[in-house]
Design a binder for this molecule. Structure first.
Ligand code: AMP
Length: 392
């Protein structure tokens, strides 16, 4: 069985082709600058990289080039080998609490909620439509970043704002990174060989979110109505007091959209440090004693620790803490500084075991009251697994 996982953005399309018997990636790649000058693709297959600049006026063209390359590069013999296509969708609201097969009804529902993620959902839908044209007989699924968080209870997902905002406008916490947190939860279930566990899953990448999970179900998550809320991120502020907006708008003569853009793109690690949004740069400057980098890194750690502590209490303790995504998987320093601050909860890590990057590892000591793992996340595989499950 072969399944393609698709992550379509407004001008890009990422894909991974999986052999689902072995759950391995046969080929993967990205199509970039779709609809913009200088469009190009990169495809990785058999240890080789195929790159070409080629005109792609829209997603339909990108998909047609992708399918053409899959056969012309001998990645597959014929398009008949593709058994299913899974699409990542950023926002499913409270309409979708699990992955589903695409049909007319699903497309209508997606259309009706697309304004809740205007930068992402319409782009995700372009990917679906392009594949519907190219492979009309191949089953397709949609997998939502928000679906895993639909088990939050009402007192958790509501904001303390006028109730009508929720009723009339759907204002509530939806969360994000749900596919990643679900992958972590399923992996922990396999590792512990039980589905009864309290888990705090820390997805710390350029975007970042922390999720409290009990027995495989989301109890709470740090992102909110959009991915802007929660911990401090590469370029996003995380939680701030919204009263900061009017004085800055007035002083800088900016619109609300421009200020929200600043909170999404010019804040977080980048904004506070003035150095970079990339944790590698911040760590290097931190170790060299750069004052702004020290402040930024300390604040970054503090926000993560705050959420872990909150969720530890919410869950009534924790059996496992997991670090995943770019920073979580690759930064021994971040994991050490976070875990040092969690010593009061009985968290203890082994520095030697912690000195690893991007590899599934248990880094806690034998005596630690909470197991601590690094688990590389795999959202693409999760999308492919869901698709396979649905087409079966
Ligand atoms: P992601 O969004 O999960 O792809 O994570 C991307 C981020 O991971 C980058 O922006 C870096 O900040 C971070 N990252 C990647 N490699 C390392 C590393 N070796 N040490 C620290 N941070 C890293």
């Amino acid at each position: 069985m072969k399944i393609i996982s698709i992550n379509a953005g407004s001008s890009s399309l990422k894909f991974s082709l999986f052999d689902m018997d072995s759950e391995t990636v046969i080929a993967s790649g990205v199509f970039e600058r779709i609809g913009i000058d200088g469009s190009c693709y990169t495809i990785k297959f058999n240890g080789e990289k195929f790159k070409e600049e080629i005109e792609m006026k829209d997603h339909t063209k990108a998909v047609s080039i992708l399918l053409d390359k899959l056969t012309s590069l001998n990645i597959i013999k014929s398009l008949d080998e593709i058994n299913g296509v899974g699409h990542r969708i950023v926002q499913g609201k409270d309409i979708f609490n699990e992955s589903v097969l695409v049909d007319d009804d699903v497309m209508e529902k997606l259309e009706s909620i697309k304004h809740f993620a205007p930068l992402h959902n319409p782009a995700n839908m372009l990917g679906i439509k392009a594949f519907q044209e190219a492979l009309p007989n191949v089953p397709m699924s949609v997998v939502f970043d928000t679906a895993f968080h639909q088990t939050m209870d009402k007192e958790t997902y509501l904001y303390a704002v006028p109730y009508e905002w929720y009723e009339k406008y759907g204002i509530r916490k939806y969360g994000a990174h749900g596919t990643s947190h679900r992958y972590i939860s399923e992996t922990v279930k396999d590792l512990l060989k039980t589905d009864k566990f309290k888990l705090i899953s820390c997805h710390i990448g350029n975007g970042g979110s922390i999720t409290a999970i009990k027995d495989g179900k989301c109890v709470d998550t740090s992102m909110g109505f959009t991915p802007l809320a929660g911990i401090m991120m590469g370029t996003r502020s995380g939680d701030v007091d919204p009263s900061i907006l009017p004085p800055v708008m007035e002083a800088e003569n900016k619109t609300i959209d421009e200020i929200i853009n600043d909170l999404n793109k010019n804040s977080g690690v980048l904004g506070l440090s003035g150095i970079s949004s990339d944790m590698r740069d911040i760590e290097a400057a931190y170790e060299a004693g750069n004052e702004k980098a020290v402040l930024t890194f300390n604040k970054y750690i503090q926000r993560i620790v705050d959420y872990i502590a909150e969720y530890y209490v919410r869950l009534g303790g924790a059996d496992v803490i997991v670090f995943t995504a770019g920073v979580g998987e690759n930064s021994p320093l971040l994991r050490k500084l976070v875990c040092d601050k969690l010593k009061c909860l009985g968290v203890e890590i082994d520095e030697e075991k912690n000195n690893v990057r991007g590899k599934l590892t248990e880094i806690s000591t034998k005596d630690s009251k909470v197991k601590v793992y690094i688990i590389p996340t795999d959202e693409e595989l999760m999308i492919a697994r869901d698709t396979l499950e649905l087409i079966k």
